[in-house]
Design a protein around this ligand. Structure first.
Ligand SMILES: [Zn+2]
Length: 294
């Protein structure tokens, strides 16, 4: 089995990106895994601190490892948005493949200092664990937002990206390039889309020369996502779209069988609903426009 770094390298050379999907229950893992296997593309599942608290850090690591081993399939595990070194160490010890160490809310000097120390501490536990750092402002909460926050002042620059990467030695950088966590109501309804600053992405890539992650990919214009991947975004995060599909699938499953109480008879509706979203996003990230098979 190739490691995550090799797969990212290969994705970059092939002009594709690896899809990262947040999960907080078994149904979501099943849906993501099924979609990735059907397309035969590597995939990342991620859990923020809150999601890990609900599922169990060591429990999800054991579960994802068992899928990877039994099916000999490249599914990897990311500790998304980790705000303290203690939580990072917990994930490293549990065997996570990568971590998003997110101190982007702090002043940049503090972000640099603490991220640098975290890279050293986490690599000491597991040298092959990839560490991602964050700069700029992309908002918080993978939820439905009433109104759009003003993130224009928090956009990342190539100079800042270069300096951050050189000072901290992170493997992956998450910049602010027009992306945003969560979705507006109008995006859920499909009336509006997030737009990305492609020039900025290309400039940051040239300056920082590391793998780049696009957070808050839900509700983004398809063509912008394709262009961002051409500009060498290597990982795209999707969370809110899955949460919306999860809820809709559950509502559909319950409405379809109003007297049913057996979870494994109700929950396949949720798996189907989420799997559809994951499948269509994976096709886009991997440059496939038609069909479902690989
Ligand atoms: Zn994120």
């Amino acid at each position: 089995m190739r490691c995550l770094r090799d797969l990212l390298q290969k994705a970059q050379q092939s002009g594709v990106a690896i899809g990262h999907f947040n999960i907080s229950d078994l149904v979501l893992v099943k849906a993501v895994f099924a979609a990735a296997r059907e397309l035969n593309v590597p995939v990342l599942v991620g859990l923020s601190e809150g999601e890990r608290e609900f599922v169990g850090t060591r429990q999800i690591a054991a579960f994802v490892r068992s899928l990877r081993e039994e099916f000999d399939f490249p599914i990897f595990l990311n500790a998304d948005h980790t705000h303290s070194l203690a939580k990072g160490i917990e994930a490293a010890k549990a065997g996570f493949d990568s971590i998003v160490f997110d101190l982007s809310a702090l002043p940049i000097e503090e972000n640099v200092g603490q991220t640098k120390r975290a890279v050293e501490a986490l690599k000491a536990i597991n040298p092959s664990m990839l560490v991602e750092g964050e700069i700029g402002d992309i908002g918080i909460g993978s939820e439905i937002h009433e109104s759009s926050p003003d993130l224009s002042k928090g956009l990342s620059t190539p100079e800042e990206a270069k300096q951050f990467v050189e000072s901290t030695r992170v493997d992956i950088l998450a910049p602010a390039v027009g992306n945003m966590h969560g979705m507006l109501k109008s995006m859920v309804q499909g009336e509006t889309k997030k737009r990305l600053d492609i020039e900025r992405i290309a400039g940051i890539k040239r300056a920082a020369r590391v793998f780049l992650t696009l957070h808050g990919g839900s509700g983004t214009d398809d063509e912008d996502l394709r262009k961002a991947i051409v500009a060498e975004i290597n990982i795209v995060h999707i969370n809110t779209e899955l949460r919306v599909a999860w809820r809709r699938g559950l509502e559909h499953g319950l409405a379809k069988q109003p007297d049913e109480v057996v979870p494994y008879k109700i929950l396949p509706s949720v798996v189907d609903s989420v799997k559809q979203v994951v499948g269509s996003r994976l096709q886009l990230f991997n440059g496939r426009h038609v069909g479902h098979g690989a």
